[in-house]
Each structure stands twice: as C-alpha cells, then as structure tokens.
Design a protein around this ligand. Structure first.
Ligand SMILES: C[S@@+](CC[C@H](N)C(=O)[O-])C[C@H]1O[C@@H](n2cnc3c(N)ncnc32)[C@H](O)[C@@H]1O
Length: 197
C-alpha cells in the first residue's frame, strides 16, 4: 500500500485515547502549546488544535506533512505549525503537552538519548507527556533490526525517573495487527507523565 493509503487508514483511527484523557491533566496556568512528535498525517495534531492548542507537529515524512498542510487549511500557520523534521533535529518550543503516538520507537537508538533530552527540556514544569514505547516482546523488537528504540519496564522507569512523575503506564503485550492488517505481536507501553522539574 502507498504512503497515501497508510495515511488514509491513520485518519480513520480514533484519536489516541490517552491524549483525550490528559487534556484535563495539563496545568491550566500553562500556555496551551503542544508538540505532536512523529505526527504522521496529523489526526491528533488537528484534534489538539480543536481543543484550543497551538500545535507544533512534525514528522520525517514529507508526504505526511504535505497532506496535513492540505487538510489543515487556514489554521496552518495560525494555530498549527507542521514541519518535516526528526525526533533529534526538531527545534522544540517550550510546551505544556507533548504527544508521541506510536512514533518514538522508530527513533534510531543511537540518537534517542539526545532526542529525549530535547523532548524533556521542551516540556514546562506541570506539562504532560503522553506517548508509546516499544517493549522487548514485540515481534519487531525480536527481529533485532537495530533501528528501533526498545525499553523494558525497568528501563522505562529510569527514563522518566529524573524529570517526571509517571501517572499511568498501560502495557499491551498481545497478538494484534498493524494498521494495514498484517498480523504481529505488539508489546507497547502507553505512558502518561507529568514534568516535575
Ligand atoms: C505509526 S506512525 C504514527 C503516526 C501518528 N502519530 C499517528 O498516530 O497516526 C509513525 C510515524 O513516525 C514517523 N517517524 C518515523 N521515524 C521518525 C523520525 N526519526 N522522526 C520523526 N518522525 C518519524 C513516521 O514517518 C510515521 O508517520
């Protein structure tokens, strides 16, 4: 299936469920500025714009960003700022909410620590991170491809230890399918955490 076909499917999906929940958790004294990291075609980014956020959304795919710009119409450049970029290269603004739905595990493990440092620094005290990480039982992790960032539960705890209070971790360790219907074993952690430094 083409990139366009993949992104059509992504738009049919519900907004990332944790993202709906965290809207009530963000410190209301903070400016409503969000980052959607690895936003794909921007389903969640557009949702956040509807919720009154100024959203900086990036993805390494120029096809996805072109599609998002087209869909966003007049909000593009006003409350939505799409950019072709990567986890490590993006110039993160000071933000109160960072969403990374099914994206961060695609970060090259060699640059993940640097990218994570930028993400953590971007969030203001009281801001919320919500996103997925991939665990070691995932069939992609077991392939030892070397291009995915994988965390076991203990490593994930240490990732958030210094700067965050973890509010919720939802683990999914089960057979499933990809967006395009291919069977695979998923092992992911969906994390919600509040920045406390
Ligand atoms: C599974 S899709 C999720 C997209 C979107 N967050 C969603 O939930 O629909 C993963 C996205 O991560 C993007 N991606 C992969 N590696 C990336 C990188 N190094 N920097 C930025 N985006 C990346 C891909 O282009 C893809 O759009």
């Amino acid at each position: 299936m083409s990139d366009e076909g993949y992104y059509d499917k992504a738009l049919e999906m519900e907004v990332y469920p944790h993202l709906r929940v965290v809207l009530d958790m963000v410190d209301t004294s903070l400016p409503r500025i969000a980052v959607d990291a690895g936003c794909g075609v921007g389903r969640d980014a557009l949702f956040l714009v509807e919720q009154g956020y100024v959203v900086h959304a990036y993805d390494k795919s120029d096809v996805a960003m072109a599609r998002l710009r087209e869909m966003a119409g007049k909000v593009c450049g006003e409350t939505l700022f799409p950019e072709v970029s990567s986890f490590e290269a993006f110039d993160y603004p000071k933000s109160s909410l960072i969403s990374a739905c099914s994206s961060l595990f695609f970060c090259d493990p060699g640059v993940f620590p640097f990218a994570w440092e930028k993400i953590a620094r971007s969030l203001m005290r009281g801001g919320i991170f919500c996103g997925h990480f991939m665990g070691p039982n995932d069939s992609w992790a077991r392939m030892e491809r070397g291009d995915l960032t994988i965390f076991d539960r203990a490593e994930l705890g240490r990732l958030f230890d210094r700067d965050f209070h973890v509010i919720d971790i939802h683990e999914n360790d089960a057979a499933g399918v990809t967006l395009l219907g291919a069977k695979k074993h998923w092992h992911t952690y969906s994390v919600v955490a509040r920045k406390n430094t």
